[in-house]
Design a binder for this molecule. Structure first.
Ligand code: ZN
Ligand code: ZN
Length: 411
C-alpha cells in the first residue's frame, strides 16, 4: 500500500547544541520521548539544512523552504506574511507591516513599547479602520489586531514602495521616529508619507478611544500609538494546490506561520487554547490535524514552545516541553495512509538564545518508506540515518514521491 496524504509536523527550534546543564547532551537527546523515538525507528531519518549549510534561518524563510518555495525568490519581508496571518488577504503588490500598540505620553514620548501588554485590541483596530482616512493618497488600507499588543497594517494602491524605515525608536523615553524612505524614489516617499499620516490620525483616534480612557483611569498604560516595522511588498506565491495538486491546511498559533500557510492557499484551522508557548493545547492541535487529514491531502502543524525555551536559554524547560509534547503525539503512531514528516525549522540553541544554522533532525515515516537503523529522534542519531543530509526544499519532492505524486523527469 502507498500513502496518499502528507503531514508536516514542525517542532519549531527544537534542535540545539550540547548543553552543560544536560551533561553535554542536547535537550532532544536528553529527553524521554518514546513516541518520537518509535516514529524514528519506523521511518527513515536524516539531518537537514532548512535553507543551506551555514545559513541561519528565520522561521518564515525556513517554512517557505520546507513548503518548497525558495525563500531567495519568494521572501519579501515579514510584514506581508504577518498581515496574512492576522486575516488580511494580501494581493501581490500590497505593502504589509508588522505593528505594535504602544504608549505615547502627553509629552510625546514612547513610555511603553507594548502598551502594558494589552490584549483584546479589536475595538481599537475597528475604530482605526473606520475613522482613519487615507483617501487623499488614493490608497486603501486594512488594519487588524494580532495576538496581544500586536497588529498588522496593509496598504493597497498604485505607486507604493516598500523600502521605508520604522517609526519604532526601539527604546522608551524618547519620541517615536518619523517613517522615512530608504531609497530616493517617489514610491518609497509616498509610502513613508502615508505611514506618517496613518500614525498621526490613528493616534488621535486612540487617544480619545473609550478603551484607552478606561485604561488611564485604571492606571494602565493606554494603547495610543501604532509602531510599525518589517515593511515588505507581497510577492506572487504560486498556490500550493496548483503547484502540487494537493489541498491543504495549516495549524499554528504563530501568525507568521499561519500567514505563510494562507499566503500559499492552505486553509487556516483555528484550535482553541493554542498559545505558541509552553502551555499550548498540543493535544487539540494533533486532534485537529488528524481531523483535517480526513478531507485534505496535506496538513502543516507548527509547535512553537521549544523555540521559546531556546530563545530564553532554558535547556531544562526545553527538555520538559519535548517530553510533554511527545505524550500528545501518541495518536500519530496509529496514523495510516499518511507520510508523516517530523522536523524543526531551524535550531534554537539555548547557549546562543537565537536561531543557528546547525542542521535539524528529520523523520519521514509512512507506508513504503525504506527504513534505517536509527531508533532515536535527536541530532546525533538522525545524522546516521538513511536520508543522510538534505535541504529543506528537498522535503516536498521526497514526500510527493512517496505518495506517487512526483512528476517523472525524462522518459
Ligand atoms: Zn522557527
Ligand atoms: Zn525563534
Amino acid at each position: 500500500m502507498t500513502a496518499n496524504k502528507i503531514l508536516f509536523l514542525v517542532i519549531d527550534g527544537v534542535s540545539d547544541r550540547p548543553c552543560p546543564e544536560l551533561r553535554g547532551l542536547t535537550p532532544l537527546a536528553a529527553a524521554k520521548k518514546p513516541v518520537l523515538d518509535k516514529l524514528a525507528a519506523e521511518g527513515v531519518c536524516g539531518i537537514m539544512d532548512t535553507i543551506s549549510p551555514g545559513i541561519r534561518p528565520g522561521s518564515d524563510t525556513a517554512h517557505l523552504s520546507l513548503l518548497g518555495y525558495d525563500p531567495h525568490t519568494y521572501y519579501t519581508g515579514r510584514g506581508p506574511l504577518e498581515c496574512e496571518g492576522s486575516g488580511i488577504h494580501m494581493e501581490p503588490g500590497m505593502i504589509g507591516f508588522r505593528c505594535n500598540f504602544a504608549t505615547l505620553s502627553p509629552q510625546g514620548l514612547i513610555t511603553d513599547r507594548r502598551a502594558g501588554r494589552i490584549h483584546d485590541t479589536q475595538a481599537l483596530s475597528e475604530a482605526i479602520r473606520k475613522e482613519v482616512d487615507l483617501s487623499g493618497f488614493r490608497v486603501e488600507f486594512d488594519f487588524r489586531s494580532g495576538a496581544g499588543h500586536r497588529a498588522a497594517l496593509a496598504l493597497k494602491g498604485k505607486g507604493l514602495g516598500h523600502c521605508v524605515t520604522s517609526n519604532d525608536p526601539k527604546k522608551e523615553g524618547v519620541p517615536p521616529l518619523k517613517v522615512k524612505e530608504l531609497r530616493q524614489t517617489q514610491a518609497d516617499q509616498k509610502t513613508a508619507d502615508i505611514c506618517n499620516e496613518f500614525v498621526k490620525q490613528s493616534s488621535e483616534i486612540l487617544f480619545r478611544h473609550p478603551v484607552n480612557v478606561e485604561r488611564v483611569n485604571k492606571g494602565l498604560n493606554p494603547a495610543n500609538i501604532v509602531l510599525m516595522r518589517g515593511a515588505g511588498e507581497m510577492g506572487d506565491l504560486p498556490p500550493f494546490e496548483k503547484k502540487y495538486g494537493l489541498k491543504g491546511s495549516v495549524i499554528s498559533a504563530a501568525s507568521l506561520i499561519t500567514g505563510i500557510g494562507t499566503a500559499v492557499g492552505l486553509e487556516h484551522i483555528p484550535v482553541e487554547g493554542i498559545t505558541g508557548s509552553q502551555n499550548s493545547n498540543i493535544k487539540g492541535k494533533i486532534r485537529a490535524a488528524l481531523a483535517e487529514l480526513r478531507s485534505k491531502d496535506f496538513v502543516l502543524v507548527n509547535i512553537k514552545g521549544a523555540d521559546e525555551s531556546g530563545h530564553d536559554g532554558l535547556p531544562l524547560q526545553k527538555k520538559a516541553f519535548i517530553e510533554k509534547i511527545d505524550e500528545e503525539f501518541e495518536p500519530l503512531l496509529a496514523l495510516k495512509g499518511t507520510i508523516i514528516v517530523i522536523c524543526a525549522d531551524h535550531s534554537t540553541p539555548c547557549c546562543i538564545k537565537d536561531h543557528s544554522a546547525d542542521p535539524v533532525p528529520v523523520i519521514i515515516r509512512g507506508e513504503g518508506v525504506r527504513t534505517d537503523d536509527v531508533v532515536r529522534f535527536d541530532e546525533y542519531s538522525c545524522a546516521k540515518g538513511g536520508l543522510c543530509r538534505i535541504h529543506g526544499c528537498d522535503l516536498m519532492p521526497i514526500a510527493l514521491d512517496l505518495i506517487n505524486r512526483a512528476h517523472k523527469f525524462g522518459a
